[in-house]
Design a protein around this ligand. Sequence first.
Ligand SMILES: NC(=O)c1ccc[n+]([C@@H]2O[C@H](COP(=O)([O-])OP(=O)(O)OC[C@H]3O[C@@H](n4cnc5c(N)ncnc54)[C@H](O)[C@@H]3O)[C@@H](O)[C@H]2O)c1
Length: 354
Amino acid sequence: MKVYTAGIIGYGGMAGNHEKVMRVDYDRMKLKGIFDINAHRCDVAREQGYYVYSSREEMLNDPDIDVVIVAATNDVHKEIAIAALKAGKNVICEKPVTMTSAELKEVMEVAEKSDGVFTVDQNRRANKDFVLMMRNVEAGRIGKPYVIESRVEGSRGMPGGWRTEKKLGGGMMLDWGVHLIDQIMYFVKENVKEVYCKMFKVHYDEVEDNLKLILTFESGLVAQIEVGTNNYIKHPRWYVLGDEGTLQIDDWDCTGRIVRCLDKENIWGEEIAVTKAGPTKTMAPRSPETVQTFELSEPNDVIDNLTVVYNQLLDAVEGKAELTIKPAQTMRVMKVMEAAFESAESGNAVKVNI
Ligand SMILES: NC(=O)c1ccc[n+]([C@@H]2O[C@H](COP(=O)([O-])OP(=O)(O)OC[C@H]3O[C@@H](n4cnc5c(N)ncnc54)[C@H](O)[C@@H]3O)[C@@H](O)[C@H]2O)c1
């Protein structure tokens, strides 16, 4: 087995995850060195025993380096990815791949002409909660899905630094929205026809710290995506409505359940339920024998770490398989995010065909 050599440009928090995975969990690619414009981060790498390049060019001219991992702030992904591809390197770029679809187009044009393979760290496609949702819906356990609600919610605001600055690619759309949209578009094999988004600047002036996004797909399937940083009470991570049942996954720990209808004919009884809010027929509970509940739990066969992203790149480099995280897929996500910004700005739904 060939062991590949990686270099990281931008040695901050996320780079620390890459470093750990290559050091501890992965034999197929090892980290040689890093480049960062921040002297402190260079010192950290040096203390860990890595080579610290004096410039980006020095790393890109190093023939040992097979793979460049771009983990700098979002505003510089484009220029670093292009320089690395032009140097013939294979590239894993952190999400969001670039700031705009126009920037990504430039990168893709260079990638097509280069000897390197270009992929993006959309690592959350391997998240267990997502795979659990996908498997159960695909297996038809709630019938035909018509609404998929996907949320991540915290109550500590946004981390400071570049995430609060627009020009550096801050805001929750580019930070978390990109993951949730990527998951949904990976799962739903249809074009998006309409994008409607509300963005909130609850605690920050420049960028959105909370957002609500509604995507409507060709078949009418609706995905509702929410990113919250001011939610002291959380919704479930996933809530999916199908015509024969409902799926709920509470959190990343994957506890959840499916309630499936057993008796579609027998919807109405004669009874009117008397509740503390008055009598109701429509909202009266079903009789328990007409539904079946399945408890959901963590799918232990799913590998969720960066090795999944590395393997699909290296398999493509070796010509063994196509990339699973393709630049064209991330282009669709970029375009949806752009339509979301347009919708949030105008207050209107945006018709698209993405
Ligand atoms: N895939 C994921 O799950 C995930 C998670 C967190 C962050 N990220 C992404 O990783 C990237 C970095 O995020 P972070 O949280 O590590 O930020 P960070 O601020 O901790 O690290 C960014 C580093 O990039 C360096 N940098 C900035 N411009 C540079 C340049 N021109 N050349 C070299 N170094 C430069 C900074 O000095 C800093 O050390 C972002 O694109 C972010 O969206 C991805």
